[in-house]
Design a binder for this molecule. Structure first.
Ligand SMILES: *Cc1c(COP(=O)(O)O)cnc(C)c1O
Length: 374
């Protein structure tokens, strides 16, 4: 492997394959898999991740917004793509690029039927989302009769699937609530299926439900974070392999006297004769200012170097007193020695936020190309 010469995000597709096999081994053989690749593949690199997932046998993709689906189509992805939160302004584009919308409210259903009719569609595949307690997006159970009536009045759309999303599948203290969400979703699906003359498929599980609530898997599971190597628990994290590693280098080393200060607003003051290293990564790259002033650390030659002072836009400084290192040495921000969930937990956050915050300025380096299927 070539040495690290700048800030990079290394994407390991072998880790992705490992995670895919580990998670799918928990599924019954006929459960289909939807790879969730929203937000640039959880901050990694959506196109290469998606291509590798195709090779691994994924059945479906999900993104949050229409433009994310368009990017996948532009990259040559031909599998069905569910758009979880499409905005009506992009419905025409969505249809032109064969993306499938989640419809979650009377307003959105009406607007989509309007666009589908305008574009002379017949049986355009859509997915109905029901709210079972997350109270974020979704129809309510008492919308069912109205929905069925709309469906009977148009030939433009066809309900491909019914789905719902769990609020706390990662938190076993909320088992009762989660089980109620699963039971409510079953009853909603049963009701609507009895009123249609065809049978949409059903899905409710995210990664943590695949791990804790197999009864929520139904026909398909929507897997995001687990594919990227995080399982929302220490035990699961041990089984999974982080796909993304964030690395940088030491730009400059300073030796400072007792009482000298480091960085903006002189936020750090040296206690003695200390050594500091300046790194070419800052809050514009996704390292939050909240990780400054000793809250977060990086690893240099296997040793923890705490972030000192305030994180700058393009740089941060770390204390390397007692650490054997030189300018140009590699620095690990997220990697084997410190996972994204560990670093995130220092600032009261989670792997999802830290990973997706890694900005597009950071160069993505794919360790190997997606396996060819030919
Ligand atoms: C993001 C998302 C997922 C994926 O969740 P993970 O916890 O990352 O597996 C599944 N379903 C919906 C509706 C989502 O928004």
């Amino acid at each position: 492997m070539s040495p690290t010469r700048e800030t990079i995000l290394e994407i390991n597709l072998d880790a992705l394959a490992h995670n895919y096999h580990y998670l799918t081994s928990k599924l019954s053989p006929n459960t289909k898999v939807m790879g969730v690749v929203k937000a640039f593949g959880y901050g990694s690199e959506a196109n290469e991740i998606a291509k590798e997932l195709v090779n691994l046998g994924v059945d479906y993709f999900a993104v949050a917004y229409v433009q994310e689906g368009v990017a996948l189509r532009d990259a040559g992805i031909t599998l069905p793509i569910l758009v979880l939160h499409p905005q009506p302004i992009h419905f025409e584009t969505l249809i032109e690029r064969c993306l499938e919308p989640a419809l979650y409210s009377p307003r959105i259903l009406r607007e989509f039927i309007h666009t589908a009719e305008k574009k002379a569609q017949q049986n355009y595949p859509v997915h109905l989302k029901f709210n079972t307690g997350l109270n974020r997006l979704g129809f309510w159970e008492n919308d069912i009769d109205w929905i069925v009536q709309q469906l009977q009045e148009t030939e433009s759309i066809l309900v491909c699937s019914l789905f719902s999303h769990l609020a706390a599948s990662d938190d076993l203290k909320e088992k009762q609530f989660t089980e109620k969400q699963i039971a409510d979703f079953k009853s909603i699906a049963k009701d609507i299926k009895s009123k249609l003359d065809y049978t949409p498929f059903m899905h409710q599980s995210n990664t943590s439900a695949v791990i804790h609530y197999p009864e929520a898997n139904f026909d398909l599971v929507r897997m995001g974070i687990g594919l990227y190597g995080y399982g929302n628990s220490e035990e699961e994290d041990k089984q999974l392999k982080p796909v993304a590693k964030l690395k940088t280098v030491i730009s400059q080393i300073h030796t400072i006297e007792p009482g000298e200060t480091v960085g903006y607003n002189r936020a750090y003051q040296s206690q003695g004769h200390e050594k500091t290293a300046t790194l070419p990564i800052g809050h514009a790259d996704g390292i939050s200012r909240q990780l400054g002033n000793g809250t977060g650390a990086v690893l240099i030659n296997g040793k923890k170097a705490p972030i000192i002072g305030n994180v700058c836009m393009d740089m941060l400084m770390v204390n390397i007193t007692g650490i054997e290192c030189k300018e140009g040495d590699e620095v690990v921000v997220i990697g084997d020695e410190q996972s994204a969930s560990e670093l995130a937990s220092n600032m009261g956050s989670i792997s999802y936020e830290l990973l997706t915050a890694i900005s597009q300025r950071v160069k993505r380096v794919i360790l190997r190309k997606p396996l060819s299927t030919t």
